[in-house]
Design a protein around this ligand. Structure first.
Ligand SMILES: *Cc1c(COP(=O)(O)O)cnc(C)c1O
Length: 424
């Protein structure tokens, strides 16, 4: 028995059974559907892409997986080299993991230990100067002022479904189980307003180890979009207070906002990529740190090492899928495709309004129609299905995040289906 995600098993409508998929299309026994949400935003090249398939198949012939503990391989090395060259600034140090949530955990762990390592170093120096002997208990360190244990995050954030990722998240609908533990006072949530940002840094700046954000576009929290000026100010404040800035680009990376990465506009200390990284062919993610973070671990002391290692990190099939995904993205000028998707979307949604609609938001390859009342969207999935579109609205949000290989006609069909719903 499959236990399905985000669903009340007792009352859920049965899912559509997919028997084949190609390009932007999903096939059920009786229907051909445009996948308007790219299987949770990751199938950017469409399904059954011959080049993606060949890249994975060629690696299968060699080996599918070897661990990265004590072993390495060409696919992981190639992907790390590619990311180093492709990502902006000195985001050069790739730590692989098997999903976006885990990669977020890794980023948060990096940020915390970065300051632990630093404060240990500092204290060792003091002890050495005092002639005292090496080391000190963890308790002692935990109490010391210089270990920064607080994290700043955004209201309505979604960073994944593992526990620390849930804690930095802020969405009752996903994270309500945390209520059982009470509020974590080490995590502060602020709205995407510069005023709130400045206040938070003034109050907690010295105690924060990191500020984690979904930059420009908050996905699962409701496709909320905000201005880059907020991130610019965040970068300045992080520099001033020596706080690590983490961009969770699991959803926004590889073009979704109309930027290759939001990190091209404002440079974080750590970036997390997932979802579209492998074109949706195999689950994989990566946490990429800059030189400053990496150097915070680089030491003769073994206890300064990052103690993390997902079994399937650097999986060879996933690395080959990611390499091909990036190659297609560059070679086929995906940034132009995404720009076109945004233009067509703006044109098609121009002048659209309805008393039940609160707002229409468009950014890059994402469009969201927010309604006042979730009941307004009840029945939409079936309505779209009958018209040959697969959609999965949630709460008050009817949205599309189409595969970048979609044609103009197909995109128009997705958008007109959305508009039609309000004309019944
Ligand atoms: C989907 C998502 C995650 C979690 O990724 P998984 O691969 O589902 O674990 C984390 N952060 C953001 C911004 C996401 O959209």
């Amino acid at each position: 028995m499959i236990w399905y995600p985000y669903a009340q098993m007792k009352t859920m409508t049965p899912p559509f059974k997919i028997i084949d998929a190609e390009g932007v299309y999903l096939y059920t026994e009786e229907k051909k559907l445009i996948d308007s949400i790219s299987s949770w935003w990751c199938v950017i090249h469409g399904y059954k892409n011959p080049e993606m398939n060949r890249a994975i198949a060629a690696q299968v012939e060699k080996f599918s997986h070897v661990m990265l503990g004590g072993l390495t391989h060409q696919a992981a090395e190639d992907l790390s080299d590619k990311l180093q060259a492709w990502l902006p600034g000195d985001l050069n140090y790739s730590f692989f993991s098997d999903s976006g949530s885990v990669a977020v955990e890794v980023a948060l762990k990096m940020a915390l230990q970065y300051y632990m390592n630093r404060s240990k170093k500092g204290r060792r120096l003091v002890l050495a100067l005092d002639g005292a002997h090496h080391g000190g208990s963890f308790d002692e360190m935990n109490q010391s002022e210089d270990v920064r244990t607080m994290i700043l995050a955004l209201e309505h954030a979604y960073h994944g479904d593992t526990f620390k990722a849930m804690e930095v998240g802020d969405d009752e609908d996903y994270h309500f189980v945390l209520e059982a533990y009470g509020k974590n006072r080490n995590i502060i949530h602020i709205p995407t307003e510069i005023d709130a940002l400045e206040k938070a840094f003034a109050a907690y700046g010295e105690r924060l180890n990191s500020f984690i954000v979904e930059p420009l576009l908050q996905g699962a929290g409701g496709m909320r979009m905000y201005d880059v000026s907020f991130l610019r100010r965040a970068r300045e404040l992080c520099d001033r207070y020596d706080v690590l800035l983490i961009f969770d680009e699991v959803a926004t990376g590889l073009g979704r906002t109309g930027n290759r990465f939001v990190a091209d506009l404002v440079l974080p200390d750590i970036i997390v990529l997932g979802k579209a990284l492998t074109g949706g062919y195999i689950g994989h993610a990566v946490t990429v740190a800059n030189r400053k973070v990496y150097e915070g671990f680089y030491d003769d002391d073994p206890s300064h090492a990052l103690m993390h290692g997902p079994t399937f990190m650097g999986n060879a099939l996933a690395c080959r899928a990611a390499l091909k995904s990036i190659e297609l993205f560059e070679r086929e000028d995906y940034m132009a495709k995404i720009k076109r998707i945004e233009e067509v979307t703006r044109r098609e949604m121009e002048g659209f309004s309805d008393p039940r609609v609160k707002e229409v938001r468009i950014m890059g390859g994402c469009v969201c129609v927010e309604v006042f009342d979730p009941a307004t969207l009840k029945g939409y999935q079936q309505f779209a299905y009958e018209r040959g579109v697969f959609s999965r609205p949630f709460l008050k949000y009817l949205y599309a995040m189409v595969p970048y290989v979609i044609t103009e006609d197909e995109l128009v069909k997705v958008l007109s289906t959305m508009r039609e719903w309000f004309r019944r």
